[in-house]
Design a protein around this ligand. Structure first.
Ligand SMILES: [Zn+2]
Length: 67
């Protein structure tokens, strides 16, 4: 049985995304994205969730402080 694919591209490498790891193409790319979050270097701009934006700003601040 083949893995179901999605009609969109992986934001990491640009390959076709699969259902299991959406919006990514594989666990590898999902892990890469997760790693960016953990390092606090992955900044998402959104107008929908002020709480998340506040949290992201905090992460960015602590990141610049340590490096
Ligand atoms: Zn990918």
């Amino acid at each position: 049985m083949t893995t179901p694919i999605l009609n969109k591209k992986c934001p990491i490498c640009g390959k076709q995304a699969v259902l299991e790891y959406q919006p990514f193409c594989s666990k590898k790319c999902a892990d890469i994205d997760l790693g960016r979050w953990l390092k606090g270097t992955y900044v998402v701009h959104t107008n929908e969730a002020p709480d998340d934006a506040e949290e992201a700003a905090h992460l960015t601040k602590s990141d610049t402080d340590s490096d």
